[in-house]
Ligand binder design. Structure first.
Ligand SMILES: [Zn+2]
Length: 100
């Protein structure tokens, strides 16, 4: 499990794009805890933006979805592989709001 953590980190960082800083911790239940912070917001002295979500693939997707929305809202000129999944992220957000 732990051995694959850095590989997951690299994969998530590649997908999140150059502005993101991705780290993965393990929580008390040995679950992956995804953290994505925005290097651009930090550099500009804004309140640092970051999201963290626990869990396996669900946690990864929830964190990446939030990051994708952050990019679209705050850094519309930026390019990142995760933006290709913006439509799916919005669909998931909608489904979560509907409660299903
Ligand atoms: Zn930002």
């Amino acid at each position: 499990m732990v051995a694959s953590r850095s590989a997951r980190e690299r994969k998530a960082a590649a997908q999140a794009g150059p502005l993101a800083r991705v780290t993965i911790d393990l929580d008390g239940q040995q679950q992956f805890l995804y953290r994505i912070s925005c290097t651009s917001c930090v550099a500009r002295g804004h309140r640092a933006w970051s999201t963290h979500r626990a869990g396996e693939d669900n946690g990864f997707m929830a964190a990446m979805d939030r990051w994708t929305f952050h990019l679209v809202e705050k850094h519309p000129g930026e390019d990142a592989p995760c933006l290709a999944f913006l439509g799916e992220a919005q669909q998931r957000l909608h489904e979560r709001r509907e409660g299903g």
